[in-house]
Design a protein around this ligand. Structure first.
Ligand code: EPU
Length: 417
């Protein structure tokens, strides 16, 4: 178990370089099993979700070599075994092996996925899509058995623009006979990255990034190379920190267009922000205006930046409203923020945030990945020492977080307890 200890109040200057996107990498790694041969994934973030997926690949007898941020995966000797619960429940994205193995092998046995406790997180949209392609689904306790004699392309209408279901159904349909169209598909930028990897392998996917994706089934996919798109959520977290504690804090290696929902709101608040081709530079502003935030599917305001953003709202001069629309349980960080001195009232999936409030360091608990990131921001602007427990949640998705923050002047360390 680890704790994070932060001494708050320092001004942060210098450059933070953003890594590859967690939510893209965690799908690209399982996608490798769709190809027969060697694939290379570049710009892979150094996060514990990466390691959990490598363990699953090795369980399936794939040969995996990690060299800094480059992952080489050889699937030549793939052995399609049961993915046991202690492997699947370490992260949400283990469920991408459902679509990938069903697609390639027409058979998969896997236990339920894990992931942050931010809502019920059903997978009915994935399963309905697999069934529409011709798969049979059986459950034995927590285990799913998906099988098909053959998969046949069809029209699939998602009842919600689910990111995971869109990706899983792209995986399951690449080898299906004929054409599959995913209607009401999620449009997140990570999905474009994943479709590009599959197309590099030889797949025929068009429309990724729009709400209608078409997949022409093919017979063979070969190993390919892809670079993980920059992590807009890691970037968003540090950008918000820059607005609160920066003195020309530069966030580089980003694609600013992917962050427009956030930067538009930051301008509305009155933040000093300079946007260039692949970087955003921020400095702390003394008077911030309150605003309303409503999280939405891409290109709306990302749910994954809502919790970090709520810390910024505690420093705005007046009352802000933070509405979460994707996850039922994304307010887990609020009791900790209130313990630090914030004035936040939660009602269901909404929070009313009154500011500005002085934050004071104390012992708080990371209940989930982005909630934990919100507490890191809060600790860095608080007076005194903040101790964050359950930081494993944070390390699942933020690579080298203490090193990156220390390099710009933060006082932050990880301690084994
Ligand atoms: N949903 C269903 N049934 C399904 C699938 C989803 O009801 O079969 C519901 C969910 O319960 C939720 C909504 O649809 O209310 C959105 O779920 P989605 O499937 O889009 O989310 P996901 O694929 O499980 C990914 C990211 C999340 C991010 C969401 C939304 C990964 C591994 N996770 O989750 O990231 O919040 O998309 O953008 O890519 C994070 O990074 O902190 C994180 C939680």
């Amino acid at each position: 178990m680890k704790q994070m200890i932060i001494k708050g109040g320092n001004t942060l200057s210098g450059t933070i370089s953003i890594g590859g996107a967690k939510n893209s990498a965690v799908a690209l790694i399982p996608a490798a099993v769709l190809a027969n041969g060697i694939s290379t994934i570049k710009n892979v973030p150094n996060i514990s979700d990466r390691d959990a997926l490598i363990d699953i690949l090795e369980l399936l007898n794939c040969q995996v070599t990690l060299n800094n941020d480059e992952l080489v995966i050889d699937t030549t000797n793939l052995n399609n075994k049961l993915i046991k619960e202690e492997y699947s429940n370490r992260l949400r994205a283990s469920y991408y092996f459902m679509g990938a193995l069903l697609g390639r092998e027409k058979y998969v046995e896997i236990y339920i996925p894990g992931g942050c406790n931010i809502g019920a997180r059903p997978i009915d949209i994935h399963l309905d899509g697999f069934k529409a392609l011709g798969a049979t689904i059986k459950t034995e306790g927590n285990k799913y058995i998906l099988s098909a004699d053959k998969l046949i392309g069809t029209d699939i209408y998602l009842r919600f623009q689910s990111v995971g279901a869109t990706i899983n159904l792209m995986f399951a349909s690449v080898y299906a006979e004929g054409k599959t169209t995913i209607h009401n598909a999620a449009q997140e930028v990570e999905i474009i990255n994943i479709a590009e990897f599959l197309n590099n392998m030889g797949a025929k996917i068009t429309g990724a990034g729009t709400n209608e994706i078409t997949i022409e089934g093919i017979k063979e996919l070969n190993g390919a190379t892809i670079s993980v798109v920059p992590d807009r959520l890691e970037a968003g977290t540090y950008i918000i920190l820059g607005a609160l504690a920066g003195d020309n804090l530069k966030i580089t290696n980003i694609i600013p267009e992917h962050l427009e929902a956030l930067t538009t709101k930051l301008k509305e608040i009155g933040t000093h922000i300079t946007i260039s081709k692949d970087a955003i530079t921020l400095s702390k502003t003394s008077k911030l205006k309150p605003i309303n935030i409503k999280t939405l599917v891409y290109p709306g305001f990302p749910t994954d930046i809502g919790q970090p953003m709520s810390v910024l709202l505690t420093q705005c001069d007046g009352t802000s409203l933070f509405e979460e629309t994707i996850w039922e349980n994304r307010m887990g960080h609020v009791p900790s923020l209130n313990k630090m001195g914030a004035n936040i009232t939660v009602s269901g999936m909404n929070a009313i945030i009154k500011g500005p409030t002085k934050l004071k360091g104390c012992e708080v608990v990371a209940t989930d990945l982005r909630g934990g990131a919100a507490l890191v921001i809060a600790g860095l602007i608080a007076e005194g020492e903040t101790i964050i427990t359950d930081v494993e949640h944070i390390l699942r998705g933020y690579e080298n977080i203490t090193e990156k923050l220390t390099s710009v002047g933060a006082k932050i360390e990880l301690k084994e307890i």
